[in-house]
Ligand binder design. Structure first.
Ligand SMILES: Cc1ncc(COP(=O)(O)O)c(C=O)c1O
Length: 487
């Protein structure tokens, strides 16, 4: 008997409907601005969806980070938090949960995922060393390069092919990994990093069988294995549903097996645990001691690490809830539903559908916009104009320029429409598909973007851009023809 119901409830009509296994008991009013206002607003925001005020966003699909719907048990736990600087009971509860969850004896708290990356990079990255990873993440890479290190990607061939049937596109190519280790030698490698639910290639999972091989090889070579478990929940779901050997294995055992292949596991508690915080689970006392002193220096005392005790209580409960398949199924089945609706309209989306969100393939959506004009950034602006929907650019704009100022053209140009856990309804997903479908029919009107103000580091967060030509006005006029109310 399967231990879940999400895939066993069938609609008599035969329709494939993602069924919510929760009910909303607290809601937030959202506002849809008319299209002319949206045009003004996005330009005031420097054509960067990060700079949009939330009051002007109808559906916020920027990210799943810190904006997932929490459970009633999480809210209840927050009331029981022990608010003390040192020795908080709340910390000990979270520490115990992390130990049991990952099977690791040591835990270091941090205020969010990138803080863990700072601590890891500061401890292990030296100028001239390299981190080998399946695929980089923006903040991870920024911390590594900040310290004079570099990142080498050893992801499998085909990982960046958007229309694919490969179930584990986040897997390492073992031959690439081995060749790189042979070429550089152990001393030049800071650590091997495995990112679960690989973010920048479209929330694509890593298989446990691949992780095992990567870990066995790396450890034999004397290399440290670090897992970024921020997107563990989605990856766990895909291991359970796509990797035959784990179909019947309880989720807690799968997590323990994943973690057994790492020396260090870190996570953003804004994603894993559905609250706001982060932490590093450590296997050896030596690694723990190497990193420990950085926590009070950068984060806060060792028993809170920059997190509020209330958030720690919520993460504590959230981690335990990750071990319920019905709970972790909700994002992937909604991503799939949105993906299917978009595909039916001919919109190019990343396949197989991953976790985290639905990813539009901007290179196919707006092939006439060159990468130097930021096609995924332009698509993010166009989607906001077409529906008040806020997505996140994941392409060349999210890259850092080379030392000589040249653009680093991204392997993929994606617009991520994140599906935060348990936040949106099916009718809202239908609305997104409808407006993106409309945009796809008018895709020829979309033009590129140019920087008006470009920060040196992580430029996608705060950079301001302007449209290349007056394509936005033409797009708005076309919208008003079809939707005269402007809504
Ligand atoms: C895979 C991955 N690693 C690290 C981070 C950084 O976490 P945070 O946003 O909590 O700093 C993120 C956040 O999006 C992520 O997706």
């Amino acid at each position: 008997m399967p231990d879940h119901i999400y895939s066993r409830v069938r609609f008599f009509s035969g329709e494939n409907v993602p069924l919510e296994l929760h009910k909303a008991r607290m809601v937030q009013r959202i506002h849809l601005r008319p299209v002319r206002e949206r045009l003004e607003i996005i330009n005031l925001a420097g054509n960067n969806t990060f700079l949009l005020p939330n009051r002007d966003v109808f559906l916020d699909m920027l990210t799943d980070s810190g904006v997932n719907a929490m459970s009633e048990a999480q809210y209840a736990a927050m009331l029981l938090a022990d608010d003390s600087y040192a020795g908080s009971e709340t910390f000990y509860r979270l520490e115990k949960t992390v130990r049991e969850f990952f099977g690791t004896p040591y835990f270091l708290p941090a205020h969010q995922g990138r803080a863990c990356e700072n601590i890891l990079a500061t401890t292990y990255v030296r100028p001239g060393t390299e981190v080998i990873t399946n695929f980089h993440f923006t903040t991870t890479k920024a911390h590594i390069t900040r310290l004079g290190g570099s990142v080498y990607e050893a992801v499998r061939d085909g990982a960046t092919v958007t229309d694919s049937a490969e179930p584990f596109k986040g897997d390492f190519d073992l031959a690439k990994l081995k060749a790189r280790v042979r070429k550089l030698g152990r001393d030049k490698i800071a650590f091997v990093r495995v990112e679960l639910g690989t973010n920048l290639i479209g929330g694509q999972p890593v298989s446990l069988s691949n992780l095992k091989k990567v870990s066995e090889f790396s450890r034999k070579e004397g290399l440290k294995v670090v897992i970024d478990a921020s997107l563990l929940a989605d990856n766990l779901y895909f291991i359970k549903t796509r990797e035959k050997a784990y179909e019947r294995k309880p989720l807690n055992e799968i997590v323990l097996e994943i973690s057994s292949h790492a020396d260090i596991v870190y996570f953003s508690g804004r994603k894993l645990g559905c609250a706001r915080g982060g932490g590093i689970a450590v296997r050896s006392e030596e690694d723990y001691r190497l990193m420990r002193d950085l926590v009070p220096l950068f984060e806060g005392f060792l028993t809170y690490g920059g997190m509020s005790v209330r958030e720690m209580e919520a993460i504590n409960v959230g981690l335990r809830e990750t071990l319920d398949v019905d709970t972790i199924s909700q994002t992937p089945i909604f991503v799939e539903a949105l993906g299917e609706m978009l595909t039916a309209k001919g919109v190019p989306v990343v396949k197989p559908y991953g976790g985290l969100g639905c990813h539009l393939d901007a290179m196919k959506f707006v092939p006439h916009v060159p990468q130097e004009r930021y096609p995924s950034g332009a698509l993010a602006v166009a989607v906001y104009l077409a529906g008040g929907v806020r997505g996140m650019e994941r392409g060349t704009l999210s890259e850092q320029r080379g030392e000589d100022g040249s653009e680093t053209l991204s392997d993929m140009e994606l617009l991520r429409l994140a599906v935060p856990k348990r936040v949106f309804s099916l009718s809202q997903m239908k609305y997104v598909a409808d407006r993106v479908g409309w945009l796809y029919e008018h895709r020829d009107l979309i033009g590129g973007l140019l920087f008006a103000e470009e920060p040196k580091t992580l430029r996608f967060f705060l950079g301001r851009l302007k449209p290349d030509g007056d394509w936005q006005r033409k797009l708005v006029d076309a919208f008003l023809k079809d939707m005269p109310s402007g809504l």
